[in-house]
Design a protein around this ligand. Structure first.
Ligand code: DX5
Ligand code: ZN
Length: 218
């Protein structure tokens, strides 16, 4: 079977102990550390900025998968790159020049991802598919953890899997939102190979992280 990566979202972690939490999910088998950055403008919530990513960087060697739910994106790429991000994923609605933003991320030696909201059509990726390292299918509307999985994500994942396979390029197909023991097998069957999980990873506390991650991987 395709190798499945689990990317715990630290939005669901204890924000008073973020360094310890990052170390805990690293040791519990996380493949990526999914960092949700929200600006209270692009989404109706505010989380963390580059300085927190910088503080977390020494606590894990795993890939920092930084999900920017901010607008504009361009003024902050250097700050997140300097802070230690490995992947920067942004939303096409965050600015007018998607191609340029991707080039700016890659110019810093980082991987570039594009995040598609539930109502954003797949066709956005057509002109830039070859430039992307990761495509993030949002299976909830961005802004919060603990929301319910949006079923229309499944056919979107299936079609995206077809387009990625047709392109013949190694592009992560990441799914984000409402991923749990019930939805994980379904998004994997649809073609996802990276699963973001906040609530489902952190539920039950640190002693449960490893078994939660293992169960999500299937
Ligand atoms: C939502 C974030 C997601 C969220 C996932 O805007 O992008 O990464 O933290 O949380 P769960 O897994 O609880 O739906
Ligand atoms: Zn996210």
């Amino acid at each position: 079977s395709q190798s499945i990566k689990i990317a715990p979202s630290i939005l669901s972690a204890d924000f008073a102990r973020l360094g310890e939490e990052v170390r805990a999910i690293d040791e519990a088998g996380a493949d990526y550390i999914h960092v949700d950055v929200m600006d209270g403008h692009f989404v109706p919530n505010i989380t963390i900025g580059p300085n927190v990513v910088k503080a977390l960087r020494p606590h894990s060697k795993k890939t920092f998968d930084v999900h920017l739910m901010i607008a504009p994106v361009d003024p902050y790429i250097d700050a997140f790159a300097d802070a230690g991000a490995d992947i920067i994923t942004f939303h096409p609605e965050a600015g007018a020049h998607i191609h340029r933003t991707i080039q700016s991320i890659k110019a810093r030696g980082l991987k570039a991802g594009l995040s598609l909201n539930p109502a954003t059509p797949l066709n956005v990726i057509d002109p830039i598919l070859e430039d992307l390292d990761l495509i993030l299918v949002m299976s909830v509307n961005p802004g919060f953890g603990g929301q319910s999985f949006i079923e229309s994500s499944l056919p979107k994942i299936e079609e995206l899997r077809r387009r990625i396979d047709a392109a013949g390029k190694a592009i992560d197909l990441e799914v984000d939102g409402g991923i749990n023991m019930e939805t994980a097998p379904r998004v994997i069957a649809a073609g996802a190979d990276v699963l973001v999980a906040g609530t489902a990873t952190f539920k039950g506390g640190p002693s449960a992280y490893a078994s939660n991650i293992k169960a999500l991987r299937g």
